[in-house]
Design a protein around this ligand. Structure first.
Ligand code: SAH
Length: 241
């Protein structure tokens, strides 16, 4: 009797770990198919298809090496996960969509605000020339920098600091991704966007955020488009001016 219970417990543990003997590559293949289905079904509003290179980047990035040990078995479920300090690693679907909507090109210099684990920066890495990422919680910035270096993401630079102010030394940027929810679009980030540049940012009150695409045209005119509702941890707005 006890042996049967033990066998059942072991089988359940395997199932929870994502299926019998599945490799991280298999798990990521499944995750990417889920993301494609969600997008096709309209979960990202009018965006119904993600480019193959974005899907490839998602397939190549080992999310299980970015999440804390305690939630590693859920690394390839399509959900946000806690990473400590009140922060979360975003849902893979959202990471893919944000990467897509800013249309990152191979020569682009990209800024991310809200490094967290460094996962979004790692997804951007093979798609861009250089990725700069700012994180306000120092221990998160330090561990993301160490992790990205260890995993060989040589074109990602992490800084601890307040990303509300952007990163003027490396501006202007072709693309900016803000991965925390802001009450308004920070003016310094709009200034640091290149003509022709794109920024994606969750905007709104807590519990009512809209993923928003900001574009600056060749003549410097700024336009703004609401995409769909999202849920992000708040952007700290200390250096608000
Ligand atoms: N992109 C991350 C997840 C981001 S969670 C990943 O892939 O893992 C949002 C992050 O934004 C948190 O780590 C939070 O500490 C950070 N943050 C909040 N306000 C910030 C600010 N003003 N400047 C920089 N980072 C900020």
């Amino acid at each position: 009797m006890r042996r049967i219970a033990r066998t059942l417990a072991a089988a359940a543990a395997l199932l929870l770990a994502g299926g019998a003997g599945a490799s991280p590559e298999d798990d990521r293949g499944r995750m990417v198919r889920d993301i494609e289905q969600l997008t096709a079904a309209g979960a990202a509003g009018s965006l119904r298809r993600l480019e193959p290179r974005v899907l490839d980047a998602m397939r190549r990035t080992p999310r299980h090496l970015f999440v804390p040990e305690a939630v590693r078995d859920q690394a390839y479920s399509d959900s946000a996960l806690p990473i400590g300090h009140g922060a979360t690693i975003s849902q893979p679907f959202i990471v893919a969509v944000m990467t897509q909507v800013v249309r990152v090109q191979p020569d682009d210099v990209v800024l991310e605000v809200g490094t967290g684990t460094g996962y979004q920066a790692a997804v951007l890495s093979p798609l861009a020339r250089q990725v700069y990422t700012v994180e306000i919680v120092e221990p998160l910035a330090a561990s993301a920098a160490e992790r990205l270096k260890r995993l060989g993401y040589g074109n990602v630079t992490v800084r601890a600091g307040d990303g509300y102010a952007g990163w003027p030394e490396h501006a202007p940027f072709d693309a900016i991704l803000v991965t925390a929810g802001a009450t308004h679009v920070p003016e310094p980030l709009v200034r640091q966007l290149k003509p022709g540049g794109r920024m994606v940012i969750p905007v709104g009150r807590r519990g009512d955020q809209t993923l928003t695409l900001i574009e600056k045209d060749a003549r410097g005119r700024v336009s703004r488009r609401a995409l769909f509702k999202v849920l992000f941890v708040p952007l700290q707005e200390r250096s608000r001016r």
